[in-house]
Write a protein that binds this ligand. Structure first.
Ligand code: CTP
Length: 400
């Protein structure tokens, strides 16, 4: 397993304007498979509501060291023992100073003292405060004690200043936490993944495309990176953030995607064709915007090249994995695709169910190879992706 699957993370939210980003940090951690509990300090509560944190984390938010009821349900020592990682994001200047002194005057600082878990802090404050020598010394001290510092970014600040001190992006905070658990399942391997939908131009403003969000492909990218692979993504149209740890090549049309794949395919060990590639494109792309002069119009479409099938025809080809998005006769259609495209495995998606597959946050798939069909039960796309990678490694790189 990789990512943050089944990892228990305590997110400490302290008093900084950047606390408004805390619900997004919870989301990003959950996207990677983590179970998240939030402790918010009194300062943090000034900037983000407990209700949003509770709704998103799906767990009670902890705040008060002296709340008898809260202590009965999960006391501070229990929280400290429960955590695999404690992340303080945002970490205010005051919270950082308290950590240095080992103070225990609120729930968060007490949990920090009481935990054996790895601690990460993401400072967020005014650039002048961040540049202060006391802050530099404090961060140096925490680093020397083995606490990971997630460096803040440079840019415009809420106070109007420009400089270093902005909270790191939520996706980067989650990725750095996931790096703590990186496996070596795919270490030394190169993986190429296509994802997202392609757009086939009709005229300068219109195109034909599909509902692909790129979520499954990006989840596979996270899983491959966590497993130690050098990962390259050929990305069509998506509605999610890019994975910064991968090499990214952005394309628009199926033909561009084909060209980009062929340019990158040499020396790849694994090719995962997750993109929803348009099978057809308009035969003629109008140079000017088409006017609605007539009551009806016809667009003639011609076939696009099949990227996956083309890669499978290469003499020196990587292990090739395709996706089959099916609405009926699922297993039969997917097996036919496996044979027709001559790939090593097909991942079958039932797209007739709205809560899984295209655009959804969850998925349930079958991994089909020549010899067997294995079901991967419904779960978040990240967890499904990690299971797919585990199975691919077992089938093709580590057969027993
Ligand atoms: N694919 C591809 N190039 C295309 C079309 C599809 O590489 N021009 C890949 C997809 O990325 C996916 C697999 O082929 O991995 C299956 O795509 P799918 O659309 O489900 O099947 P098709 O081959 O297009 O067949 P049909 O639309 O008839 O189901």
């Amino acid at each position: 397993m990789s990512g943050l699957t089944n990892k228990r993370i305590v997110l400490g939210v302290s008093g900084s304007i950047a606390a408004y980003k805390a619900p997004d940090i919870v989301r990003r951690l959950q996207d990677l498979g983590a179970d998240v509990r939030v402790i918010v300090t009194d300062g943090g509560r000034e900037f983000v509501s407990e209700r949003s944190l509770q709704t998103i984390s799906k767990n009670k938010v902890h705040n008060n060291l002296w709340d008898k009821e809260a202590e009965l349900s999960m006391g501070h020592i229990e929280i400290a023992k429960w955590a695999d990682v404690v992340i303080i994001a945002p970490a205010s200047a005051n919270t950082i100073a308290k950590l240095c002194h080992g103070r225990a005057d609120d729930l968060l600082s007490t949990v920090i003292l009481a935990t054996e878990a790895k601690i990460m802090i993401a400072p967020a404050m005014n650039q002048q405060m961040f540049a202060a020598s006391a802050m530099k010394d404090n961060l140096g001290l925490l680093k020397a004690r083995g606490i990971d510092i997630i460096n803040p970014g440079f840019g415009d600040q809420a106070c109007g200043d420009v400089g270093e001190g902005r909270l790191a992006e939520p996706i980067d905070i989650a990725s750095q936490a996931a790096e703590l658990f990186t496996s070596s399942l795919l270490s030394g391997k190169k993986v190429l993944i296509t994802l997202g939908g392609t757009r086939e131009a009709i005229d300068p403003v219109r195109f034909i495309s599909n509902h692909s969000s790129g979520k499954m492909g990006m989840a596979l990218a996270h899983a491959c990176i966590q497993a130690g692979a050098k990962t390259t993504l050929i990305v069509g149209s998506i509605s999610i953030e890019l994975e910064k740890r991968a090499e990214i090549i952005q394309v628009i049309s199926a033909e561009e995607m084909y060209q980009a794949v062929m340019k990158q395919i040499d020396n790849q060990d694994l090719f995962i064709s997750c993109a929803a590639v348009a099978d057809f494109r308009p035969k003629k792309v109008s140079k000017n915007k088409i006017k609605k002069d007539n009551q009806s119009m016809t667009i003639e479409l011609i076939r696009n090249r099949d990227i996956l099938a083309s890669v499978c025809q290469l003499k020196k080809k990587p292990i090739c994995i395709g996706f089959a998005a099916e609405t009926e006769n699922h297993i039969i259609n997917a097996n036919n695709k496996l044979i027709k495209k001559q790939c090593d495995a097909i991942i079958l998606n039932d797209i007739s169910q709205t809560e899984i597959g295209l655009n959804a946050d969850e998925n349930e798939v079958h991994l089909i190879t020549k010899n067997r069909t294995e079901k991967i039960e419904k779960n978040t796309k990240q967890i499904v992706a990690e299971k797919i990678i585990d199975k691919l490694v077992n089938n093709f790189f580590n057969p027993s």
